[in-house]
Design a protein around this ligand. Sequence first.
Ligand code: ADP
Ligand code: MG
Length: 285
Amino acid sequence: MNNPILQCRQLTQIYRVGASEVIALQGLDLSVVQGEMVGVIGLSGSGKSTLLRVLSGLLQPSGGTVRFDDLQLGSATPRALDRYRRDDVGFVWQSTAENLLPTVSAEMNVKLILDLYGADNSAERANELLCRVGLAERGRHVMSELSGGEQQRVALAMALANNPRLLLADEPTGALDAESSAGLFALMRQIQREDGLTQIIVSHDDELARHVDRVIRIRDGRVSSENRWDDETGREIGEALVIDTIGRLQLTNEQRAALGGTDRVTAEVENGAVTIRPANNGGSP
Ligand code: ADP
Ligand code: MG
């Protein structure tokens, strides 16, 4: 793999709620190369949003490291982190209400963000961005006059306003129907192809898998498996379980059932393969 632009090692995040603890991330490793589009798919509660909050520099994790290019987020000064969020990261959230001002036009929403970044010719650039997301004709409409899919395209235009080097999207199609979802993912793919923009898109929707270079599946705050596609043929190369930097891997429920539900196994190395069998003394006490 080329030198990754983004690298997370052994991320853990523990939320304390009163006297109890919720482990949202438990030793998550992730490397992303420049220009790659990665889909993160996992059930609700698997730690997806927490991961994106950490990657965006909004949340300092309980443990582990994140590096973007040559910036170590964990040891960066507050100023460097601000700069990272302002200059390097674009973010699309799930609900349009979080992304947009409802009572002003699409054009004005994008222009306001550009003004915030101190961009020249913000009105003109707002129109260019709306063009890029296929909304050239809809810029004058206020948000409530746009469909959910169109609203998320405006959100995408806004996320692109700072010319980010990393685009993060948290369930951007969570409130959309199947057709608009596929449309938004396809648009993000097109932007990746045109600009080589590195993207990490989180979803619980398997549709995402059809639009990205690589899908990682997270379970219980950890990467459990990964799928890749061949660039030329578009064919799936296959699913691989991911062994993390400290040697752990996760079995699927099916695989665990095949072991008879035991939590003690033996691992035997033979001819370059490891065979896992229920241990003789196995099983929960
Ligand atoms: P996902 O986005 O995959 O649904 P989250 O990252 O939102 O997962 O949450 C992972 C786990 O952490 C869940 O059990 C969730 O309830 C818990 N969690 C998330 N945010 C907080 C928080 N601010 N305080 C306490 N627990 C949280
Ligand atoms: Mg979430």
